[in-house]
Structure formats: C-alpha cells, structure tokens
Design a protein around this ligand. Sequence first.
Ligand code: HEC
Ligand code: HEC
Length: 211
Amino acid sequence: MSHINAPKPLIITAIALAISLAVLPEAAQAKAGERSGKEVVDAVCAKCHASGANGAPKIGDKQAWSPREERGLGGLTQSALKGIRKMPAHGGNPALSDFEIQSAITYMVNQSGGHWTAPTNKSAKIAERTGKDVVHEQCVKCHQTGVNGAPKIGDRAAWIPRGANGMDALVRSAINGHGGMPARGGMADLTDAEMRNAVIYMFNQGITVAK
Ligand code: HEC
Ligand code: HEC
C-alpha cells in the first residue's frame, strides 16, 4: 500500500515550515526608522482613505469613523493588519511595522473627530497593565463615587447581580459599553486582556468587604 510514500509529504511539510519560520523574523526586523502616523498615512493609506475609494472610511468623515473608533485601537489594528473586505492587509504595504499601523490609525481617527493619544510603544508588545493600574488610572473617575449609576467600587450589592451571567459576559459588556458606561471605559488603547484584569479587580473589590 502507500505506506512507503507516506513520509515524503511529511518531510516536505517540515522543510516548508522550517523555511517559513526562518524567514518570518527576518521580515519583521526589516523596519529601521519608524515613520510617524502622518507620514504613513500620506505615503500609504491616503491612496484610498483620502477619497474614500471602495468604501474606505474617509479621513475627516466623522460619521464613518466614529462607529469604528468605538472598537478601540486594538480592534482596528487587528483588522488593518489582517485586512477586511476591500481593505488590504497592512494597507497593502507589508513592510509597515505594527507600531506604524497603529500610529497611522490613530492619526486618521484624530483627523476625523477622535481624541486618541498617539501610541508610544516602539516595540511590538506593550507590557500589559494590571487591573489595579487601569482602575486607578481611569475607571475610578466614575466607579469611585458611582457617577451616572456606575456600580461603586466596594458596593457588594451593586456588583453581585452584574456578575450573574459570568465574568466573560461582564467583560464583554464593559468592552462594548452601554448606558453611561463608555466602550472600553473610555480608554481606546485598553486591550481586551487589560479590560478583563480591570473588571476582575473591581468585581473582587466589590464582593470583599470594603474598608
Ligand atoms: C487599497 C485601498 C486601501 C489602502 C491603501 C488602505 N486602506 Fe484602509 N480601508 C480600505 C477600505 C476599502 C476599507 C473599508 C473596509 C470595510 O469596512 O469594508 C478600509 C478600512 C480601514 C479601517 C477600518 C477597519 C474596520 O475594521 O472597520 C482601518 C483602521 C484602516 N482601513 C486603516 C488603514 C491604514 C492604517 C492604512 C495605511 C497603512 C490603510 N487603511 C490603507 C482601503 C484601503
Ligand atoms: C464615564 C464614566 C465611566 C467610566 C470612566 C467607566 N465606567 Fe464602567 N460603568 C459606568 C456606568 C454609568 C455603568 C452602569 C451602566 C449601566 O448599567 O447602565 C458602568 C458599568 C460598568 C460595568 C458593569 C457592566 C454590566 O454589564 O453590568 C463594568 C464591568 C464596568 N463598568 C467596568 C468599567 C471598567 C473596567 C472601567 C475602566 C476601564 C470603567 N468601567 C470605566 C461608567 C463608567
């Protein structure tokens, strides 16, 4: 039977994998001198985003950008890296670093009514912020005193029912926002993992006895 031939494709697959693994990090390193968001947009993204070609959200068009803005920098970066419908992966320029893409998105959002702070991380990965950091930097603005009915930190009765559908549902709800709770608590650059840390931190403060 065919068992004599079986190892061949396996070896080919292994070689192909080894080659692709060897090539990838090299491609990722080829990014000396990162450009600003404006430079990247002018050089690459403006080709479609200046005129709105193929339904690209036009720079300066608040209506086109505001629903996208709500998905945060993490969400938009993901779709810009992978491509979405007629938006090519990496805006069609694979040499752009993740950071350049993020800077370009932030620039376009801010040209279109947004108020994002420019990303500052030069390396691909930012250190994940702890729940406590995030809560004290941002969430306390409303959750400390209960602004607009925000469940107060330490208020057991307010938090217990919100956890009834499980932590995943609660995190999702905080990412999407509703009522007086802004999407991502108003922090565009908050990652899903950081949001999870923050929600768990507040929830635990809520169910342990506050001092
Ligand atoms: C060849 C045309 C083209 C180029 C070049 C291009 N885009 Fe786009 N882009 C599009 C189109 C079309 C859409 C709308 C996709 C959709 O929602 O159907 C889009 C959508 C987007 C979105 C919103 C994605 C979402 O999930 O809603 C972002 C962010 C974005 N582009 C960023 C960039 C950045 C950054 C660059 C430059 C590095 C760039 N684009 C270059 C065509 C382009
Ligand atoms: C501008 C005020 C404001 C900020 C800032 C804010 N929240 Fe909220 N949050 C609210 C309000 C108001 C509600 C109650 C919304 C409702 O249930 O109608 C809420 C509700 C929530 C809930 C419960 C959601 C649910 O489905 O019951 C979670 C979880 C939450 N916030 C997490 C956070 C986290 C984490 C941060 C910081 C990253 C944050 N919030 C920042 C105002 C805010």
